[in-house]
Structure formats: structure tokens, C-alpha cells
Design a protein around this ligand. Structure first.
Ligand code: PNW
Length: 491
């Protein structure tokens, strides 16, 4: 059986179900500390913004649920390891809880119990030939840092640099794949602009830009530290996980909609990727739009902060591979800036429309299922960012609660997605080196609480033992991993 089509003519008859994934392809699943660990105040852990956010009364999280217990992975790591082994994963992506390691966010006090927990995880992964990919920060900022301004303050940039250095020093002898920050776009947009996620700051038109500015600086500082102090000895790779929709113009022949679709990606993926992968600065389209609209609104200068020349030098080129999280696609329509209320959405001058013909994952109203969007996005990343090595660090489909163990429909979505990845690899020549399912386990899905289930393993949150049971998708995914290819026979 041909590994890949070798000539253009072969493409006509080429079937992704006949192709193998490249050798050494990374097969993973991802999780995040706050979403699975529980043990929110166990053994000296300090509070994070998500502890504060979920404990504050209000209706921001489904049924006021919290991550206090979640999947209890802090106590049940061995159970998670069984799931990982059952899947046959080659890689496991998880995040460190910053305030479990450094309760007040600074290296002034180190919580040894937290260090022990992650050391044990890393050691047991390696003992089972599973490569860890470690995210330093996945939405759970230490509350002490938020009290000093959080990502709106340079205090957090400095604290992050010291935290990253501490993690490289403590775990970097064994961890070779690092993600500094998960989805800075989501933190900026939902945490500091719309306030729908922790820390719940509502500063439309300024909060997202300022917090993103500091996250970019913090990421760059961490990469520079690794490069100077650790790379030679440890030989690992450091990147940042960026999420993006794929965007199609609502009216394909409308130049306005075409430009708006580009801006949809420009104001999400390129916002972070242009400075980090290309030139140390924001995309021109963001600079010009935000500056022009700020002016109309009477601001003395653009609401988008500027990097100094020195900062640009320190930011450009600070990623050793491209890490992308893909979930969905949108149709985009041009929308003239019309109102005086500042907001990132207004600045973008693009309105998103969901195509009614696209199925929607039952557990997430925002998640239109568009597997081919991933192929387009991968090609876009290849063409825009100099053909980088790409890891798909998250992709998944949620089911609503109660979720059937026979999730055949969901597995079909995964299968279609894997086919698109094969097309990206063999037809578009994109360097995709790995794929991580979000998520290993059903878990605390932020404001949806436990009502939205993304796991390969079902978790019964009503049962104190929190048993993990594989969905059909887990069983099928394990077969793909074992064979390193999709099988034709599945339906
Ligand atoms: C990602 N959106 O977040 C996160 O990295 C995970 O922690 C999360 O559980 C997963 O996706 C599923 O939601 C997102 O609104 C949050 O488009 C929101 C969006 C996308 C991704």
C-alpha cells in the first residue's frame, strides 16, 4: 500500500484511508490543570483566578459549578495514567497549576508537594514511554498576581518569567516540549475584555489589547530564558498554543467579505503569531484599523499598545514550532464600524455567521463541526509562517450531558478531521508532527461546567470514585494510534 501519493496524478485516486501518518507522528490527548485536578486548596496550593471566579456567587458558570473536585486528578493520577496507556498515546499534554507550585505566584515560596505531584506524573509518563508536553499556564493565573493587575500589569510578566525559569530548572531535565501560554486570545478576549471567563474583567476596547501585549512579552521572556540558560543542556523546544477559527467569506465573491474573513484570522491568530513568528510587531491590519477607529472615538492615540524596538527584537522568532488549537470555522461578513463604544469586535469590522448546514457539537453551541477548515488553517499557517513544524495541540467535539458511551457520530467527526490532516500532510505538504485530542477526560468545561463533555473517557461526576470509562471514540482512537493510520473498514 502506498504511503503517500507520489505524483499529482495519484491524487485523483488517493484515499486518505489508505495512507499512513508519518513515522514518529505524535499521538496525544490534552488536559488542563484547573479542568481536571481538583484539590483546589490541597497541600498548600494557593488560589487561582478560577477558584475566585467560581466561588463568587453569580450565574457565570453553569449551575454555579466549580473545579474544586473536577476529575480529582490530583488524587487519581494513576487512573489517568491507565487511560493514557489504554489509548496507547505517544504524547500527553497537561498543564501545571502555577499556584500549586508557587502559591502566591512568585518563587518566594515553593510548594514542594506540588513539585512532587508533577515529578511523579512526569516520571511515570516517561517510564511508560509517553512524552510529556507541558503547558505552563492554561487560564489559572495565581490570584495574588491578579490582585496586582494580572495580565494588565508588568508585574505578571516578570512573575511569569521567573515561574517559567523555575519550571525549566525543576522539570526540564525530563520535559522537552513546552507550551508557555495556552490560547492568549481566549484569556485576553474573554478574561479581560468581555469578562465572561476569569478574572471576569470587562474593559471593552482596551482590556484585551493590554493583556495580550503583556502575554506576548511574558512568552518571549520565557523563551529567551530557555534559549540562554537551558537549551544547550536540556535540548527541548518551546512554543505557545494559539487558537484560531477558520474563516470563509459569507459571500465568496464579495471583496469586502473576503477582507473581513482575513481580518477574522488577523485579529485572532495573527495578533500573536505575527509578532512571535515574523517581525516582533502586530499585523499591519490591526495597527491601521485600531488606530483609525480609536481616533474617530476621540482617543489621543491608538488603543493598541506599541512595542519598543528593543521589545520587537526580543519577541521575534521566539517559538521553536507552531502549536495550534482548532475547533471550528465561521462565515464572515463585512460590518462597518458603526458605534462609538470601543470593542475588539468593532475594531475588526467583521461579523460572524454560523452556516446552518454545518452540524453543531451537542455540548457546545459555538462549535460548528467543520473538519475541512483545519486543512485550510494548516495551509494558511504553512504559507504565512514559513513552513513551520506544526503540532495540533487541541481538537475535539463535545457532547451534552448525559453523553452516550456509543458516540459514533463524534468518532465520525474525528475520522473526518484525521483525513483532513492527512490531506494537509501529503497533498499540501504541511509539516504536521502531531495531533492532540481535547480532551483525555470529561472535565470542567469552564463556564459550561460539567454539562459539556469533551473527553475520550467518560467521567461519572455523581459517583465519588469518579470512574473513567472509554467512549467508543477512545477505542477507535486507540486503533488509529496502534496502526498509525485510519482503517477503511470503519463506518
Ligand atoms: C479551549 N471559543 O478553549 C481550551 O484550551 C480548553 O481549555 C477548552 O476546554 C477547550 O478549548 C474547549 O472549549 C476555548 O469560544 C474556549 O471559541 C473558547 C473557545 C474556543 C476554545
Amino acid at each position: 500500500m502506498a504511503l503517500a501519493p507520489s505524483t499529482t496524478a495519484d491524487y485523483c485516486n488517493w484515499d486518505p484511508d489508505d495512507a499512513s501518518f508519518p513515522e514518529e507522528f505524535a499521538w496525544g490527548a490534552s488536559t488542563a490543570a484547573y479542568q481536571i485536578e481538583g484539590g483546589w486548596n490541597a497541600d498548600g496550593k494557593g488560589p487561582s483566578v478560577w477558584d475566585t471566579f467560581t466561588h463568587r456567587a453569580g450565574e457565570r458558570v453553569f449551575e454555579n459549578q466549580t473545579g474544586d473536585v473536577a476529575c480529582s486528578s490530583y488524587a487519581l493520577w494513576e487512573e489517568d495514567l491507565k487511560c493514557i496507556k489504554q489509548l496507547g498515546l505517544t504524547h500527553y499534554r497537561f498543564s501545571l497549576s502555577w499556584s500549586r507550585l508557587l502559591p502566591d505566584g512568585t518563587t518566594g515560596f515553593i510548594n514542594q508537594k506540588g513539585v512532587d505531584y508533577y515529578n511523579n506524573m512526569i516520571d511515570s509518563l516517561l517510564a511508560n514511554s509517553v512524552t510529556p508536553m507541558v503547558t505552563l499556564y492554561h487560564f489559572d493565573l495565581p490570584q495574588c498576581l491578579e490582585d496586582q493587575g494580572g495580565w494588565r500589569s508588568s508585574v505578571t510578566v516578570e512573575a511569569f518569567e521567573a515561574y517559567a525559569q523555575f519550571c525549566f530548572k525543576t522539570f526540564g531535565d525530563r520535559v522537552k516540549l513546552w507550551i508557555t501560554i495556552n490560547e492568549p486570545y481566549v484569556v485576553a478576549e474573554l478574561g479581560y475584555e468581555k469578562g465572561t471567563m476569569a478574572p471576569g474583567v470587562k474593559e471593552p476596547g482596551t482590556g484585551a489589547y493590554l493583556s495580550a501585549h503583556n502575554m506576548i512579552k511574558a512568552h518571549a521572556a520565557a523563551w529567551q530564558t530557555y534559549d540562554k540558560e537551558f537549551r544547550k543542556r536540556q535540548g527541548g523546544l518551546v512554543s505557545i498554543a494559539l487558537n484560531s477559527d477558520w474563516a470563509e467569506p459569507l459571500h465568496p465573491n464579495s471583496p469586502d467579505d473576503q477582507e473581513a474573513a482575513k481580518r477574522h484570522i488577523g485579529f485572532c491568530l495573527d495578533w500573536f503569531a505575527t509578532p512571535i513568528f515574523l517581525n516582533g510587531d502586530y499585523p499591519d491590519i490591526m495597527k491601521s484599523k485600531i488606530s483609525a477607529i480609536s481616533k474617530k472615538q476621540g482617543y489621543p492615540s491608538s488603543r493598541l499598545p506599541e512595542f519598543t524596538e528593543e521589545e520587537k527584537m526580543a519577541i521575534r522568532g521566539t517559538a521553536d514550532f507552531f502549536a495550534v488549537n482548532y475547533y471550528t470555522a465561521r462565515k464572515i461578513k463585512h460590518q462597518d464600524y458603526a458605534c462609538c463604544q470601543p470593542s475588539t469586535t468593532g475594531d475588526k469590522e467583521a461579523e460572524q455567521v454560523t452556516d446552518p448546514s454545518w452540524p453543531v457539537a451537542t455540548g457546545s453551541s459555538w462549535l460548528a463541526v467543520v473538519p475541512w477548515g483545519l486543512r485550510h488553517l494548516l495551509k494558511y499557517i504553512k504559507d504565512t509562517y514559513n513552513h513551520p513544524i506544526i503540532y495540533i495541540t487541541e481538537n475535539g467535539f463535545s457532547q451534552s450531558d448525559p453523553a452516550p458511551l456509543d458516540d459514533s457520530q463524534r468518532w465520525e467527526y474525528f475520522r473526518l478531521t484525521l483525513q483532513e490532516i492527512l490531506k494537509a500532510i501529503y497533498i499540501d505538504n504541511v509539516q504536521v508532527k502531531g495531533y492532540f485530542v481535547w480532551s483525555l477526560l470529561d472535565n470542567f468545561e469552564w463556564t459550561c461546567g460539567y454539562s459539556s463533555r469533551f473527553g475520550l473517557f467518560h467521567v461519572d461526576f455523581e459517583n465519588a470514585a469518579l470512574p473513567r470509562v472509554p467512549y467508543k471514540s477512545a477505542i477507535e482512537y486507540a486503533k488509529v494510534i496502534a496502526n498509525n493510520r485510519l482503517m477503511d473498514s470503519q463506518g
